[in-house]
Write a protein of this length. Structure first.
Length: 278
């Protein structure tokens, strides 16, 4: 699809579950000929999360499958994006195995302690949510950037519609994703002179494990069903449907390609028209 992506190395965090956006991104980049590094925690998180992270076995299976299907080099990298030492170890492994990274997708994310309003939100869960969703973008980018300099590079950060339109009872996630959007813009200005473009995608309602969990919570709260909550949500989306992980992945591939060579510092919605801005 994008011939210029062939042979490039892409690191995608939060890519260890086949039901998530991260996997769809890794799959799309692999189909474009990118060598792909599948990064995920590889074990349960320290705090209970509504959606499990990819296990080591799942990550290895994904890497083997992508390599076989697309004829690319793919491997798994167990990484805790909230731990600087773990991130540094991943960067060193990439340095020795790949030498250069052309594309970084900061996709790892999670919500802890929700639903909760600002008065009842557990402080440790609030901080952990911000750490996973926002600090990790800073942490991973800073570790990987030295491997990107010297050739044109691309960073794509997964933000969220929640970073633009505040959701109820999930303040940490919303604040973190808003932070990702502004960090994206700051990085774009700082790195333009180093030939690194930085953009963010802002997914809306995407059919993932996390989204299904949220619909389940809403169904319980409103004494309805998951199907009824989905139908209600679809009525707020001009295109009338819940998005698929592949919808976000296609945007990432475009942003990583030379087709987007004059685009940087943007936070692009992929939400079926649910959030429209000037």
């Amino acid at each position: 699809m994008y011939e210029d992506l062939k042979g490039k190395t892409a690191l995608v965090t939060g890519a260890g579950k086949k039901t998530g956006i991260g996997y769809a991104i890794a799959e799309r980049l692999g189909s474009c000929g990118c060598n792909v590094v599948i990064a995920d925690l590889g074990r349960p998180p320290k705090l209970t999360s509504p959606v499990p992270t990819g296990t080591r076995e799942e990550m290895e299976t994904i890497a083997a499958d992508l390599g076989k299907r697309f004829g690319v080099n793919a491997f798994a990298a167990e990484t805790d994006v909230t731990d600087s030492a773990s991130v540094a170890a991943m960067a060193e492994r990439l340095r020795s195995r790949c030498g250069h990274v052309h594309i970084l997708v900061n996709n790892a994310g999670a919500s802890f302690g929700v639903p909760a309003d600002i008065l009842s939100y557990d402080e440790a869960a609030w901080i952990r949510t911000v750490d996973v969703n926002l600090f990790s973008v800073f942490r991973v980018s800073r570790a990987i950037l030295p491997l990107m300099f010297g050739q044109p590079g691309v960073i794509v950060n997964t933000a969220s519609r929640a970073g633009k339109v505040p959701p109820l009872f999930n303040s940490a996630y919303a604040a973190a994703k808003a932070g990702v959007i502004m960090l994206t813009k700051t990085m774009a200005k700082e790195l333009a002179g180093r030939d690194v473009r930085v953009n963010a995608i802002c997914p809306g309602q995407i059919r993932t494990d996390l989204e299904q969990w949220r619909f389940g919570l809403e169904a319980s709260f409103f004494s309805s069903t998951v199907e009824e909550r989905e139908q209600e949500m679809c009525r707020t989306i001009p295109l009338g449907r819940i998005g698929l992980p592949e919808d976000a992945a296609m945007l990432v591939a475009f942003l990583a390609s030379e087709q987007a060579r004059y685009i940087t510092g943007q936070a692009l919605n992929v939400d079926g028209g649910q959030c429209m801005e000037l």
